[in-house]
Structures are given as C-alpha cells and as structure tokens.
Design a protein around this ligand. Structure first.
Ligand code: NAD
Length: 323
C-alpha cells in the first residue's frame, strides 16, 4: 500500500516510517523541517519505496500532490511542544488547525483513510483520572497560551469526526508522553529528553515545582504499534483512542530513575514553572490514560517497561551527545 506520513521527519513520524517500510509499504513523507530532522530519515533516502517531499501541510497544492495514489494518510505534522506554543501561539494554532483541515479535506476528496495524531493535552487538567476517551475536558482561560494547543488539537478531532459523518474513514489517537531514540535533546521540552541530557552532561536535573505531577510515559515502539493498529483495523474507524502506558509516574520519580540509570552525579533541583514558561503558566497535575478501550477494540497494550525504555533512550542519547 502507498501511504503518506505528514511530519515523517519528526520523532514519532520517523519511527513510524521505519516500521511501514519494514512491512513493505511505499511511503511518502511530507515535512517542512521546522522541527523534524534530516538525520531521522537519512537512512531511508536510498530506498526505492521511500519518497521525501519538503513542504507544508498548510499548502493545499502540495498536499494534493503528495497524496496522489495514497490509500492511507498518517497525519502527524504539527507544531508540537508547549514551549513553542507559549512562545508563538499564532503559528501553533494556524499550523495545527489550517494544516489539519487541508489534509483532511484532501483525504476526504479522494477517499483515502486517515490516522490523526492527537494528544493527551486535549483532556487539559481534567480531574477524571485516568482519562477516558469519552471523558470531559477541563481547560483554563484563553488568555493562557498553553491551552491553545489543546484547543487546536480538539478542533482537529472535531473536524475529523465531522468529516467521518460525511464518509471519511478516520481514526484518532491521543498520545501520552511518547519517548525514545530521536527525541530532540535540546528540543521542545520532552521531560524525558531534558532529564537525560542534564544527567549525561552533569548539569542539575531540573524538576518543575515539587515534581509530584504525574505522567504516563510510553516507549516509541508502543506508540507506533498502536498508531498502525488504529489506522488499519476496521474497528478503529470513527473512533478515538488513548495510546499510552497505564503506569502513573511522578516527574520527581522519573528524575530519580534517570539519575540512577545514568549513574549521574547531577543534583536534582526544583524550579518554579514561571522561571521556564513565564507568569500565568498552568500545568496538569495528573495525566494518565484509561487504556481499556485501546485494549478491547484494537488489542493494543503498551509493553515496554519504563526502566527498559529509558535504558534504550539513554544509550541512544549517549551516542548522539558524543557525536
Ligand atoms: N511525542 C509525544 O509525546 C506526543 C504527545 C502527544 C501528541 N503528539 C503528536 O504526535 C505528532 C508527532 O509529534 P512528535 O513528538 O513526533 O513531534 P515532532 O516535532 O518531532 O514532529 C512533528 C513534525 O511535523 C513537522 N511539521 C511541523 N509543521 C509542519 C508543517 N506546517 N508542514 C509539514 N510538516 C510540519 C515538523 O518538522 C516535525 O518533523 C504531533 O501531531 C503531535 O501533536 C506527540
């Protein structure tokens, strides 16, 4: 099958591309390299089954061209990362809303199936933990820029489901803190990447606030497996799935694990949110997926234990930082 992966030079996208090529698909990647990296896809450039197009999801002509002959579209391209969103909310909103509408419209026009990569951010700071796909969303004021990412992705989900009513075959997945090799060590602020980089370079491991906020960390192989299942199983159509690991981990505990596995002498320091994100920042105290629906409908379960996934990621980062 010929498939399009938007954002295929990014962290999750490039792993997805590797898996799709390994399972005999022809893959077209559309990426504008605003956040993605050539080294993520370099090893595939010589493959006859791989095609790279540099361009934006916000350009209808480009989207039309790259989708030619594609039966399935994995739509991962987005402005990602709370720090980037807070720094430039307009760019985030326009990329994530206009770009997604452009991709959905073209897929609908030609009858291609779509997988849309959404986010656990859509739940905001809902108190209904673990988050169920049909649970409520709880967001702060529109004057707090961080919520624009959640809102844009939620509008994208609404759009996808509205197109589904018109006949588009689309599945939506909400990722929960995916981590693994190719995370940008200096990028948008994956907490895993940040802690490992700090630990390996001997700088203090900086934990926001008291570190009791919790997350669910999902190794990228699991993220990719769930993504492909949702995209290809008929039961996924018109549905939303949490793709995450059910284990709830406090951010301070993550810092301690990274320190222990790396054997780093870095101290763990607590910093105020406002020092990093400016005043008015609002964080999410607990973010944990209800994993039952993905298990029941897709047969998906995150398998890689955090300790094992961290070791793999740390080994990769050691090699990258050593280059
Ligand atoms: N990594 C996570 O834990 C996580 C969590 C929740 C949701 N997601 C979602 O998963 C998807 C992939 O995220 P990621 O972590 O791999 O981030 P990433 O930044 O590594 O990947 C996004 C890719 O999209 C590309 N891109 C951005 N704007 C574009 C545009 N206008 N046109 C074409 N390409 C563009 C970037 O260059 C990058 O390669 C995103 O949609 C993101 O919202 C990721």
């Amino acid at each position: 099958m010929k498939v399009l992966v938007t954002g295929g030079a990014g962290y999750v996208g490039s792993h997805l591309v590797d898996k799709l090529l390994a399972t005999e698909h022809d893959v077209v990647v559309l990426d504008d390299f605003s956040l993605g990296k050539r080294e993520n896809i370099q090893h595939n450039l010589s493959s006859p089954a791989f095609q790279l197009v540099e361009g934006s999801i916000t350009e209808p002509g480009t989207v039309k061209k790259v989708m030619d002959g594609c039966e399935l579209v994995f739509h991962l391209a987005a402005r990602v990362g709370i720090k980037y969103i807070v720094d430039d909310p307009l760019r985030g909103i326009l990329t994530n809303v206009v770009g997604t509408e452009t991709v959905l419209k073209e897929a609908y026009r030609r009858g291609a199936r779509v997988l849309f990569a959404s986010t656990s951010e859509v739940y905001g700071r809902s108190k209904a933990v673990p988050f169920r796909e049909d649970g409520e969303r709880l967001l702060g004021s529109t004057s707090v820029a961080r919520w624009s990412y959640s809102s844009a992705k939620a509008i994208d989900e609404h759009l996808a489901l509205a197109y589904a009513r018109e006949g588009l075959r689309v599945a939506i997945v909400r990722y929960f803190n995916s981590y693994g090799p190719r995370l940008d060590p200096v990028g948008y602020g994956s907490v895993v990447a940040k802690f490992i980089t700090q630990a390996l370079t001997g700088r203090p491991i900086t934990v926001h606030s008291d570190g009791q906020q919790t997350r669910s960390f999902t190794f990228v192989d699991d993220t990719v497996e769930g993504t492909i299942l949702a995209a290809t199983m008929p039961a996924g159509e018109g549905q939303v799935f949490n793709l995450g690991n059910g284990r709830e981990v406090a951010v301070l505990e993550l810092a301690q694990m990274v320190k222990a596995i790396t054997g780093s002498a870095s101290p763990i320091e607590h910093v105020d949110y406002s020092a990093v994100f400016g005043p008015n920042f609002e964080d999410i105290p607990r973010r944990v997926p209800d994993v039952e629906k993905a298990r029941r409908v897709l047969g998906f379960e995150a398998k890689v234990p955090l300790e094992k996934g961290l070791k793999v990621t740390i080994d990769w980062m050691k090699r990258t930082l050593g280059d």
